[in-house]
Write a protein that binds this ligand. Structure first.
Ligand SMILES: [Zn+2]
Length: 253
């Protein structure tokens, strides 16, 4: 087996037996991988802080013949991102980002862009801390990379234009609905301006998180429409999501 060296973000780890750890990490070129770190809990010398969640590392690993666990040989810490632990909001949002990559993409469906997006998101939170904008930028881009983005700026049924003002929206109906196509399926009303705002966000580089300031209405309606779209595609409830929604309950859809 050829030893591999990958840039990696640690998504999470769990204890195994007396002394070992199982670590899930995300790489740009091999997607998501689960690895076995022998003696990682017993000896801090070998891996140190390099296997902590959200850390970025250079990971030396070896594919094993059978099973889906690789063997972790060594890890050089590149960035710990200790700023993520500044407060519970920031820490929870960072955990939510990692969990989203796990539920929206299967192991083979993760490309380099998902890695770059999560990397930029964690770097942003590490420096700037929690914001609703960072959360919404992550959600809309993750949905888009997963191929789950609903139609925003035209009718999902007839592809015709949408009226100004409130527009009917339903992720189950694949997005916005014009008055002619909305036969009661629209479960949300989202202003045309908000739909335009999120449409334009998708045109920006996916690693850019600074200098986005959304109006209270765009934040609230964005939360509702992205929440609806995510609910359609998440195959299990997210542990971090319920916790995260406690930090801004007034915007909960
Ligand atoms: Zn229509």
């Amino acid at each position: 087996m050829k030893p591999q060296l990958s840039q990696a973000i640690i998504l999470h780890h769990s204890a195994y037996g007396e002394a070992d750890r199982i670590v899930t990490f995300l790489t740009p070129d091999h997607g998501r991988i689960k690895g076995f770190a022998r003696a990682a809990r017993k000896s801090r010398k070998r891996f140190g802080a390099a296997l902590e969640p959200f850390a970025e590392v250079q990971l030396h690993w070896l594919a094993r013949g059978s099973g889906d666990l690789v063997s972790l040989r060594d890890a050089d810490l590149v960035k710990l991102r200790s700023g993520l632990r500044r407060d519970l909001e920031t820490l929870t949002l960072a955990g939510y980002g990692c969990e989203l990559t796990e539920v929206l993409f299967d192991d083979s469906g993760i490309g380099v862009e998902v890695f770059q997006l999560l990397q930029a998101f964690l770097d942003h939170l590490d420096i700037h801390g929690y914001s609703v904008e960072a959360r919404l930028l992550l959600e809309v881009r993750m949905l888009s990379l997963a191929g789950y983005m609903p139609h925003l700026q035209h009718c999902a049924d007839c592809f015709g234009p949408l009226p100004n003002g409130p527009v009917s929206f339903s992720a189950a109906a694949d997005g916005s609905l014009c008055p002619g196509c909305d036969d009661g399926r629209g479960i949300l009303k989202v202003d045309r301006l908000t739909l335009g705002t999120f449409g334009r966000i998708l045109q920006t580089p996916l690693t850019r998180f600074v200098d986005f300031k959304l109006s209270p209405r765009s934040r609230q309606e964005g939360r509702a429409l992205l929440g609806d779209a995510l609910r359609c595609h998440l195959h299990r409830p997210l542990k971090s999501l319920e916790f995260l929604n406690r930090f801004s309950p007034e915007e909960t859809a």
